[in-house]
Design a protein around this ligand. Sequence first.
Ligand code: HEC
Length: 139
Amino acid sequence: MGGCEVDSQDAYQPNLELGKSRFQSYCAACHKLDGTGQENGPPPLAGSNWVAGPETRIIKIVLHGLRGSIEVKGKTYNLEMLSFGPVLSDEEIAATLSYVRSHLGNTSPPISPDTVKQVRQAIQDHSGYWTVEELLKSP
Ligand code: HEC
């Protein structure tokens, strides 16, 4: 990860069609089509400080899931999100997150499949859902 991120972002043209389709199939049931989330959770992706970055953290969330307390847009949630690492490829996760980061009112740069691949390899020995405490320990 580290220094490679900027290079890969410059070169990478995200597949937003794929991202939109995967978002609708795998994320929208909980986070809603417009990303606004639901009354008592799941939290919003629209305008989320987590979606804006760092990119490594949202890749980790999608790969291995998340549990416990998390603050999103000033509101605290304490739920569970399942892991998508086993069902979605690096390309699909990159496209989905690139779509989420450039739609739903968000304006963050895309994430490349290569970055997802590197994170997947780096965390392969981690088991179970992430907690926010763990995620905040590294970028
Ligand atoms: C079964 C419901 C469910 C699905 C499907 C789901 N999520 Fe989540 N997601 C959650 C919940 C619940 C949380 C909060 C977990 C907690 O409280 O610890 C969350 C948290 C998040 C967060 C961090 C908080 C935020 O709102 O920014 C991101 C980013 C995220 N999800 C992205 C995704 C993406 C991308 C997908 C599709 C690949 C997805 N989620 C699919 C339920 C879901």
